[in-house]
Design a protein around this ligand. Structure first.
Ligand code: ADP
Length: 427
C-alpha cells in the first residue's frame, strides 16, 4: 500500500453489494469522497489517497453466520490498519436477515473486536418509505411482516419489531428510543442516547422523517461503531466537519466508458416486476425460464447469443418472476440449486458480455449484483452521480473500465431501467 497523504476516517462494511453502493451514494451526497471496494485489496498499487470513507462490500447477508462474522471481522481489521477511526456496519433498510442472523452476530462480533458496549440500530430510510415507529419497521406504510418482504425468496421477514429481531439474533438487550424523543429538544435526545448506551447493547431509534436522520447524524460522536441502512449516512458530515475531517473537494476525473449497455434482473420484488414490464414495452427483453434452464431446453449459449445480437439496443435479460413462480421453482428445483443456477447464469452473462464489448451494466437484485460483480473481477469503484436515491453510478478504477448501476429489490420507480440507461449513456 502507498504512503498515505490523508487517511480515510470512516470504514464501512456492507453485507451486500447494492447495499454498499447505496451507502456510498449517501456518503458522496453528504460530501464525503468515497471509494467502494468489493474485496479487501491485496493489490499494493491501488491508490487510496484522499478518500474520506472506504466502503467494503461483502456478500454476507445470506451466508451462514460463522462465515459472515469471519468476513466482517477481516474487513474491520483491514479498515483499522488503514487508519479508520469510525466504523459503519450497513445492512438493508428492511433488516433483511434470516432467523439466525446475520445482522445480530456480525454486530456482536464488531462490538467485541472494537471493545465497545453498545451501538445504534437505524435501518430507516424515509425517502424510500422505510420508517421505524415505536421500534417497528414499516415499508411504505405497511408493517414489515405485512409488506412484500414477508415473501422474500431468501430472507422472508415475519416480524416487524426491530427490538425483537435484534434481540433474537444477538447476545444483548435492546431499547427503543421513541419518535417523541426524536422530536423533543436536542439536550434531552442526547441524554436519552447516553443513558441507553450505558444500559443496553442495541439502541433502536425511531425514524419517521429525514429530519430525524439529520438529528441522529448530529449525535453519533459517542459511537465508534454505528449500524443501519444507508439513511444513517444522511448527516455524517456534520460530525466530521466539526473536526476538520472532510477532505478538500478536489475531485478526480472519472474515466468514462462509452459503449453498449446490458440490463440483468434477478430481483423478484414487486417493484422490479413493474420495472421489467415497463422496460420490455420499448426494448428487447428475454425471460430466462428457470425450469427450461434447469432442463436445458433454454441453453446458456442461446441466451448469450441473443444478448450479442441485441447489443446495440440495450437488451434486458431477466429471471424476475412472480412469488408463485418463485415458490414453485424453489420447491421443484430446490432453494440452493435454483439460487446458484440463476445467479450463476446472470453472473456469467455479465462477464461474457463485458468481454464481448458491453461497457455498461445495470443490475436489479442485491444478491444478483454481488454475483455479477464477483464474476467481473473488479475490485474498486469511484462513486458517481445517482440514478435514484441510493443507486449511484459506479465507475471501475481498475480494468475493465466500465460503468455499473446496481439496485436492490424495491429501489427506484417504474421507469428505473430507462432512467439508468439514460444516465449511463448520456452523463
Ligand atoms: P432483491 O434485491 O430483490 O432481494 P436478490 O438478487 O438479492 O434480489 O435476490 C433474489 C434471489 O431470487 C436471487 O437469489 C435469485 O437467484 C432468486 N431468483 C431470481 N429469479 C428467480 C425465480 N424465477 N425463481 C426462483 N428464484 C429466483
Amino acid at each position: 500500500m502507498k504512503n498515505h497523504l490523508k487517511k480515510p476516517i470512516l470504514g464501512c462494511i456492507a453485507d451486500d453489494f447494492t447495499g454498499a453502493s447505496d451507502l456510498a451514494s449517501f456518503l458522496v451526497n453528504s460530501g464525503l469522497r468515497t471509494l467502494q471496494l468489493n474485496r479487501i485489496p491485496v493489490d499494493s498499487d491501488l491508490d487510496l489517497d484522499g478518500y474520506d470513507a472506504i466502503v467494503v462490500a461483502l456478500k454476507t447477508r445470506t451466508v451462514d453466520a460463522h462465515t459472515a462474522v469471519k468476513k466482517s471481522l477481516a474487513a474491520l481489521h483491514w479498515l483499522q490498519e488503514l487508519g479508520c477511526r469510525k466504523f459503519y456496519f450497513k445492512y438493508c433498510s428492511t433488516f433483511d436477515s434470516t432467523p439466525d442472523g446475520n445482522i445480530g452476530p456480525v454486530i456482536d462480533a464488531l462490538l467485541d473486536a472494537l471493545k465497545l458496549q453498545s451501538t445504534i440500530i437505524c435501518p430507516a430510510l424515509p425517502v424510500n418509505g422505510r420508517t421505524v415507529y415505536m421500534g417497528h419497521l414499516f415499508v411504505a406504510g405497511a408493517p414489515l411482516n405485512e409488506s412484500p418482504l414477508k415473501d422474500h425468496p431468501l430472507t422472508p421477514m415475519q416480524d416487524s419489531s426491530v427490538v425483537r429481531l435484534i434481540e433474537a439474533q444477538g447476545q444483548g438487550k435492546a431499547i427503543n428510543i421513541p419518535y417523541s424523543c426524536l422530536e423533543g429538544d436536542e439536550t434531552s435526545f442526547k441524554q436519552a442516547i447516553f443513558e441507553a448506551a450505558q444500559n443496553y447493547r442495541y439502541i433502536v431509534l425511531d425514524t419517521l422523517r429525514t429530519e430525524h436522520l439529520e438529528r441522529i447524524g448530529r449525535n453519533l460522536e459517542a459511537f465508534t461503531l454505528i449500524t443501519g441502512g444507508s439513511g444513517l449516512a444522511t448527516n455524517l458530515t456534520s460530525e466530521f466537519s466539526k473536526y476538520g475531517w472532510v477532505a478538500d473537494s478536489s475531485k478526480r476525473v472519472m474515466q468514462q466508458a462509452d459503449g453498449p449497455t446490458l440490463i440483468l434482473s434477478g430481483s423478484c420484488s414487486a417493484m422490479t416486476q413493474r420495472q421489467v414490464a415497463d422496460y420490455e414495452l420499448k426494448h428487447p427483453a428475454l425471460y430466462i425460464d428457470p425450469f427450461k434452464l434447469f432442463n436445458q431446453t433454454q441453453t446458456y449459449a442461446q441466451i448469450l447469443d441473443w444478448a450479442l445480437q441485441n447489443k446495440s439496443a440495450a437488451p434486458l435479460i431477466y429471471t424476475t418472476s412472480s412469488k408463485e413462480v418463485v415458490s414453485r421453482v424453489q420447491s421443484e428445483i430446490g432453494f440452493e440449486t435454483s439460487q446458484a443456477l440463476l445467479e450463476g447464469t446472470l453472473a456469467k452473462l455479465g462477464h461474457d458480455c463485458i468481454k464481448a464489448g458491453f461497457k455498461n451494466i445495470i443490475v436489479a437484485g442485491g444478491e444478483t449484483s454481488g454475483a455479477i460483480v464477483k464474476s467481473l473481477d473488479i475490485h474498486a469503484f469511484e462513486i458517481g452521480q445517482s440514478v435514484s436515491p441510493g443507486v449511484p453510478i459506479l465507475h471501475s478504477i481498475t480494468p475493465p473500465i466500465i460503468n455499473l448501476a446496481l439496485k436492490s429489490g424495491n429501489f427506484g420507480d417504474q421507469s428505473f431501467f430507462q432512467t439508468a440507461l439514460e444516465k449511463l449513456t448520456c452523463p
